[in-house]
Design a protein around this ligand. Structure first.
Ligand code: KIV
Length: 261
């Protein structure tokens, strides 16, 4: 069996040049499938607000919901590093809040936490408490209202602010940083500047690794995003399976003797 992934091992992958594969999961079933597929990092993303809870964005996601889903994913993930998102409102007010929230996720099974934006003091406090932190800069969805939508960040003069935040998090000691929806050129510059590995989503091919939302990769999302790629037509395969089952129940061919006792 492949070795257990840890935050220090993921950080060390930058120097070895081995690309880091990350994907989200929100329950034990998909966590197990991702783990068995050999990804390096499984993220319990607060994107679960959009993908499975039916919210418009990630803002309503609570710490209790993140704890609940982290416990579920924990049950399915054994080898990959398990990272959980600190949800909106659980770390912004103070580093003390941030530590309390990170501890709740760690007790639910997270081996590291991710926070969005310029919260290097919070990151420092969480790391001091013994929990590794992943940063997240660029289009940070918890700030969607400030950005006025899910838009590419760091264009032109905006590149300075993104770079400053990424550098502050690097100094605070994060083990990896997600770069979301930023120009590829800026992502390339940050990848060579930062001591921790960059994990891109809509940030081009020059990052140290990539992250995707699992339902985008599996072709199960209703939206099609430029930054994503579906590797299977999951939604149609599942729909067809359920249609065939419905048909066989209605015509009386399921169950047959082989499914009966
Ligand atoms: O919540 C999430 O799924 C994320 C990743 C896509 C980076 O933050």
């Amino acid at each position: 069996m492949a070795e257990k992934e840890t935050a220090p091992r993921i950080r060390a992958m930058k120097a070895s040049g081995k690309r880091i594969v990350c994907i989200t999961a929100y329950d034990a079933l998909f966590g197990r499938i991702a783990d068995e597929a050999g990804v390096d990092v499984v993220l319990v993303g607060d994107s679960l607000g959009n993908t499975i809870l039916g919210y418009d964005n990630t803002i309503p996601v609570s710490l209790e919901e993140m704890v609940h889903h982290t416990k579920a994913v924990r049950a399915g993930v054994h080898r990959a590093l398990l990272v959980s998102d600190l949800p909106f409102g659980s770390y912004q007010a103070s580093p003390e809040d941030a530590v309390r929230s990170a501890v709740a996720l760690a007790k639910a099974g997270a081996e590291a936490v991710k926070l969005e934006g310029d919260y290097s003091e919070a990151a420092r406090a969480i790391i001091r408490a013994g929990i590794p932190v992943m940063g997240h800069v660029g289009m940070t969805p918890q700030s969607v209202n400030r950005f006025g939508g899910h838009r590419v960040q760091g264009k032109g003069e905006g590149s300075g602010a993104v770079a400053e935040t990424a550098c502050a998090l690097d100094e605070a000691g994060v083990f990896a940083t997600v770069l979301e929806l930023i120009p590829s050129g800026l992502a390339k510059q940050l990848t060579s500047k930062l001591s921790n590995p960059t994990i891109g989503i809509g940030a081009g091919a020059d990052c140290d690794g990539q992250i995707q939302v699992i339902f985008d990769v599996l072709g199960m999302s209703s939206d099609v995003f430029r930054h994503a790629k579906a590797y299977v037509d999951g939604a149609n395969a599942l729909r067809q399976g359920i249609e065939r089952y419905s048909h066989e129940v209605r015509e009386g061919s399921f169950p047959d003797r082989s499914h009966s006792f």
